[in-house]
Design a protein around this ligand. Sequence first.
Ligand code: SF4
Length: 367
Amino acid sequence: MLMKYSISLKSALEKGASLKRLNRREAFSLAETITPEILHELGAAALANRRSRFNDQATYIFNMHINPANICTMGCSFCNYAASAREEHAYVLEEDDIIEKVKRLNPTETHIVGGLNKVWPYERNLNLVRLLRQNFPCLHIKAYTAVEIAFFAKTSGKTMQQVLEELLEAGLDGMPGGGAEIFSERLYKKHWPNKCSPKEWLEIHKLAHSMGITTNSTMLFGFGDTWPERIEHMLALRRAQDEGGRFMCFIPLAFQPGQGNFIEQGPTPLDTLAVLAIARLVIDNIPHLKSYWPMTGLETAAAGLSWGADDMDGTINEEKIAHLAGAPTPKGLARNRMIETISMAGFLSVERDGRFHEVSSLEEIMD
Ligand code: SF4
């Protein structure tokens, strides 16, 4: 069947495939591709774009998640991770266990995020960063979402700048991108009215960037959001990056319906691939695009490498957030399985560090 393309869509696909910036109208026209007839055109443009940037390489990191405690009272409607202190699935990790696990796994990077609570207050988290830095001088410590930074400032009586300065001094290397959800006032008021608003999330990241801290960015999708909301979110990140931002990576997070949630079905694999492809074409100034396998499943994440993504995140030992929300994926991957997955998807695996630099050859690591 001969499809009628709008002028904007034709231009968006051509410009996106050749690394040119899409204007606002072109960016929105990409939502027209979400039909079986022309979805593949979107994928082809995103693949051409990612090949020009990264050739056949796809990166991953040998990393570990530390989620100190899931006790949290923010009450975000979509969260299956949080628990009240009395609930059966509430847990609290202790410093000794964390240090012992890091020692045993010896990861390149730790990703630290958790619930907002009194058990792990600001000072205890600050001390954890200090302890990790003292024990593991080369470890890349990526820690605390904007939501946690706002909470630490509020509960400690310090400014956010002071909190970030103290964390940096303790050994922080960068911040993750969680907590952004989707930049939609409509969904913010409905689903997470007690924590950072979209505007505050962006302001905290801008503050971190102004202090030289690199951060990631995310977007939660597939929970009642619309394509225009997704594209507005991507454009807002692109603007922030233009204004001196230091975002390293954009990570679309496929919603996990979990148990007893307000929606039965998360996004389909095709929806996930379309989000990746559109992000690749719209956000031209954030260098990396991650296909986050714990939430999409390994196969869809691997397919995402052909739809614009250049990074598969990591081996993620000890991940708890997606899994308490019912993600059926494994809780960690062996290095070999990651390499095999990337290779089966038709790409060349490259192990990276927390700043997206290639690490020494695997033979050296394994020696
Ligand atoms: S999403 Fe984060 S802030 Fe919201 S309830 Fe869950 S753990 Fe708490």
